[in-house]
Design a protein around this ligand. Structure first.
Ligand code: IVH
Length: 380
């Protein structure tokens, strides 16, 4: 085997083990064995620098950006979703769809609504070519260098049925997020070195993706989930369910919690189930997403000015808890700004214990007519 073939063999092998580790969470070899494979590739590349390619597992961390992120136009508008909050909205959504399909009831795919930062990835010739934020749906920031550091994301697709079966050009939509436990330890670490903690996992993801130094991004515990597949001019996949299955085969991290339902009743059941179970997930969701399964039905239904008619976000209601206001304390920031903070009888809300809540400013205390000893309702 010549050097080039050996390097390619190592690429494929390391990518395979990355997938086992970062996507399936089911490694086949020890960290030590993995490290030795990686080192072998690094040694080869050092001896043959002309054989280093961007899809090499050693090339995830690129140079720092000096001039900021380039703005890029998306190949098609990245619409957002209409929101609904109750069963009535959902019933109306379904009625509109059935009417537009001449009385036919379509199947729906129900998915979790991941609370992160939306991204679009472009794969050309089976290789990650670029990645961008959604931005305003027309234009976003080119954050390719930062996305490449997320090791669950394939830099190159290896399909078990053969490379000729990978669409030459395709786009993947997904969400970058942070697991709740990773977010908490990441924040603790920040506080311990005197940095400001992030308010929630989503903000910490958004902040991480804006860093200009891929080396720093690589240290952030970023996760990604893929939920959309678009290959221009192809017939397959022809449903959202097939698209999700294809994403799995292509090696993308996906969520296993989607399901196909017959009608709006099935969607309500799914929504209720996840409203109750959301705190058992390792990451934050803020609702579920319902999509008409068939792509040809989706096409027939089309878009409104801002969002597709064939999909809707079905949000959860805010989590509430009642507790006692024990005290109001003043917090003095580094700049000297004073913020009143509620000292609460500790109460559990959505899996976290709440002891304090910001009151923002003194007008807010007046508006709420807050007195020490009051019973207060918290929302999260
Ligand atoms: S599909 C045209 N599926 O929610 C349909 N979006 O307002 C495009 N999101 O921008 C979106 N989980 O950031 C879709 N399973 C999911 C999602 C999801 C989270 C986010 C995404 C999007 C926003 C919609």
């Amino acid at each position: 085997m010549d050097q080039k073939q050996e390097i390619e063999r190592l690429h494929a092998l390391i990518s395979y083990h990355d997938h086992r580790y970062y996507v399936l969470a089911d490694p086949e070899i020890s960290d030590r064995e993995y490290d030795s494979l990686f080192k072998r590739l690094e040694d080869f590349e050092r001896q043959n620098p002309d054989l280093i390619t961007p899809d090499s597992p050693t090339q995830r961390i690129g140079d720092a950006l000096t001039t900021g992120f380039q703005s890029v136009s998306h190949p098609f508008p990245l619409a957002s979703l209409q929101n609904s909050y109750d069963e009535g909205d959902l019933r109306e959504f379904n009625q509109r769809i059935v009417q537009a399909l001449d009385g036919r009831q379509p199947e729906y795919v129900c998915e979790l609504k991941f609370d992160g930062v939306a991204v679009i990835l472009k794969y050309e010739g089976g290789k990650l070519a670029s990645g961008a934020t959604r931005g305003d749906g027309e234009q976003g920031d080119d954050i390719t260098a930062n996305l490449r550091t997320i090791r669950a994301l394939p830099l190159r697709i290896y399909l078990s049925s053969g490379q000729e079966n990978v669409d030459p050009l395709f786009y993947v939509r997904g969400e970058v997020y942070m697991n709740k436990a990773d977010f908490l330890s990441f924040n603790e670490e920040r506080v311990s070195v005197g940095e400001k903690p992030f308010a929630n996992p989503r903000n910490s993801v958004a902040g991480s993706l804006k860093l200009m130094e891929p080396r720093s991004v690589a240290k952030r515990p970023l996760a990604v989930v893929a939920y959309g597949y678009h290959a221009p001019g192809t017939e397959k996949p022809s449903t959202q369910a097939e698209a999700l299955e294809l994403l799995v085969q292509l090696g993308f991290p996906t969520s296993p919690h989607w399901t196909v339902v017959k009608d709006d009743k099935g969607v309500v059941d799914y929504w209720q189930k996840w409203q109750e179970m959301r705190d058992q997930l390792p990451f934050e969701i803020d609702g579920v997403v319902v999509k008409v399964n068939s792509f040809s039905d989706q096409k027939q239904l089309g878009m409104t000015a801002r969002s597709p008619r064939w999909a809707m976000a079905f949000k959860f209601s805010a989590r509430q808890a009642t507790t006692r206001l024990n005290d109001i304390v003043l917090q003095i920031g580094r700049t000297g700004a004073i913020t009143p903070v509620a000292d609460l009888e500790s109460v559990s809300l959505g899996g976290v214990t709440i002891r304090r809540a910001t009151l923002h400013n003194f007008e807010e205390i007046k508006r709420l007519d807050l007195r020490i000893g009051d019973t207060v309702v918290l929302e999260r």
